[in-house]
Write a new protein. Structure first.
Length: 566
């Protein structure tokens, strides 16, 4: 009933058996009758009401007029020309719907038409205007444990369970009917779920007001199960199931556990959800506004404090919402595609007291940059640094001794150990972090992990002098040139080589000029380096660019003196 055509057009050929009557309504006597559920349950053999014909999913017709004896007599009855294929397309496959003698066809680009099944005459056609660009949220999963049972909810979809304690867990798929942990009575459309700490309620966020009716999904609605029963959501006088609707925002973006509290983030506000017992079960309190979460996975928790990325800055919550002063905020947001906020991934590296956010830069399809906040450094506002490595998920050293992360590569196809399902959809690589000095690839090759740190522009402050040579008045920065004669390396750790470069300039708005002797190669035995650098401003950059190199710098020691005003 269909044919795959490539270019320049699509043809839908229909074949008939010569001598066999074909039923069709006349164009002057079209009486459209609605399709009922009973028709779908037991379709008329002359109709084709859904994909593959019916709920049995057979994919062939039960009619007996065509058989092996007369199939060779089939001839083309009519054809219909489709719109040209989109650039780069290999064509499309069409499985029409047939009902009461009328064939309904879906074309490319959201165009539909109805034809007399017998002769192909057009009855009507409709084309829906398409937006020039549509942005859809990714299908993120919410994963949480209910004891040894995994609870998994697909964004705006259903909730499944998988029992690690089953007899054959590795050959058993997650389902709605897992023995002892069924979820058939759960909402069928929720933005995300998690299990409440200590009380073990299964909480749905951005879910249905009427369970089982996806048209009632409310992005600000919260529903929670009875305690210890993940499949009971009917609130009664003798259980603790219930629901609540948040007010500030348009949708719930994420939720995270913070000790005995659940933090709920909308796109504009932060709420706390705390267990208080009967009769309300949970209390909900708004604790912040204009601090919404940019993506479901853009928040992490450290010892009861939460750190997150919003569409307009960095925030933390430790009992009160606080804006995090960030020295690289402009650098990050000036090249951040915030429309892809759901791709942002936050992680914790407790070994180095780091909070990491991976995000997509402007023009990138996937995460390709990161920004790190070191909350453990004793410096006002903390220490921030940035990089260009890409990760799409992260888990700290909790179950295993080292952090683990994944990276998605759209240009490669996975081959190891085996591709399960459809291939050609890119490749995800799995990394163990904080091991060695370089990245070891899956083929055994090594990629150097480069790094650098660069100082701010250093200048001299000097008071003006009177005729007697005495310094008077206020200090003036950048008034005189400086001469940097040498620097003394102070590496606490240095494996391999490090390179030190000096950048000088005369005015703040100028670009750096790297000095003629830069870069200086420093080893563990280097005592000093003579530099001969001159300018109103100088900065120092320390880096490594080869494999097998590791360094940790101590105190910066520079030999600098004034060198005139020209």
């Amino acid at each position: 009933m269909w044919k795959k055509a490539r270019f320049p057009t699509f043809l839908l050929p229909i074949t008939i058996l010569l001598g066999v009557d074909v039923f069709a309504q006349s164009s002057s006597n079209l009486d459209y009758k609605p399709v009922t559920q009973s028709m779908l349950n037991d379709p008329n053999p002359q109709d084709w009401l859904m994909w593959r014909g019916g709920y049995e999913n057979w994919g062939y017709s039960p009619l007996t007029e065509i058989n092996r004896d007369n199939v060779a007599d089939l001839r083309l009855a009519w054809s219909w020309e489709f719109a040209p294929a989109a650039p780069g397309s290999n064509g499309m496959q069409v499985e029409p719907t047939v009902y009461d003698g009328v064939m309904y066809i879906r074309h490319s680009n959201e165009k539909y038409s109805a034809h007399h099944a017998a002769n192909g005459d057009l009855i009507w056609e409709y084309s829906r205007p398409l937006a020039s660009e549509v942005t859809l949220e990714p299908g993120l999963w919410s994963l949480d444990n209910f004891g040894q049972v995994l609870i998994a909810t697909i964004a705006n979809g259903k909730t499944f369970t998988w029992n690690a304690g089953a007899a054959t867990p590795l050959t058993t798929r997650a389902s709605l009917t897992t023995s002892g942990f069924a979820t058939g009575n759960n909402p069928t459309a929720s933005r995300l779920t998690l299990v409440s700490p200590t009380t073990r309620h299964l909480c749905h966020f951005g879910t249905e007001t009427t369970i089982g009716d996806t048209t009632t999904q409310d992005d600000m609605f919260v529903r929670f199960s009875d305690q210890e029963d993940i499949n009971d959501y009917t609130a009664t006088a003798i259980n603790t199931a219930g629901d609540f609707r948040l007010q500030d925002g348009t949708k719930i973006v994420g939720a995270i556990k913070a000790k005995e509290t659940i933090l709920i983030f909308t796109d504009n506000a932060l709420y706390t959800m705390k267990f208080v017992g009967a009769p309300f079960t949970f209390s909900f309190e708004q604790v912040g506004t204009n601090c919404g979460l940019i993506g479901k996975n853009a928040v992490v928790e450290v010892d009861g404090a939460a750190f997150w990325l919003s569409p307009n800055g960095f925030f933390m919550f430790d009992g009160t919402v606080k804006s995090l002063p960030c020295s690289v905020e402009d650098f990050v947001y000036d090249n951040f595609d915030t429309t892809k906020g759901q791709q942002v991934v936050a992680g914790i590296n407790n070994l180095f007291t780091e909070v990491i956010w991976y995000y997509p830069s402007a023009g990138a399809s996937y995460n390709d940059k990161y920004v790190v906040f070191n909350y453990g450094e004793p410096m006002r506002g903390g220490v921030w640094y940035t990089g260009t490595e890409a990760r799409t998920s992260w888990i700290d050293a909790i179950v295993y001794p080292k952090p683990f992360a994944t990276k998605y590569d759209a240009s490669s196809n996975g081959t190891f150990p085996a591709v399960v399902g459809q291939d050609g959809l890119g490749q995800t690589k799995f990394f163990e972090h904080e091991v060695g000095t370089d990245q070891v690839n899956e083929d055994g090759s090594t990629t150097a992990v480069t790094s650098f740190i660069k100082s701010y522009d250093i200048d001299l402050e000097q008071r003006q002098r009177n005729r007697q040579g005495q310094q008077i008045g206020l200090k003036v920065a950048g008034e005189v040139f400086l001469a940097m004669r040498r620097f003394v390396p102070d590496f606490k750790t240095l494996t391999g080589n490090a390179k030190v470069s000096l950048g000088v300039k005369r005015y703040p708005q100028q670009s750096d000029t790297t000095t003629a002797l830069s870069p200086f190669t420093v080893t563990s035995s280097t005592i000093k380096k003579d530099t001969r650098a001159r300018g109103r401003f100088v900065n120092v950059k320390i880096e490594n660019d080869s494999s097998g190199e590791e360094w940790r710098f101590g105190t910066l020691r520079l030999d600098i003196q004034g060198d005139g005003r020209r």
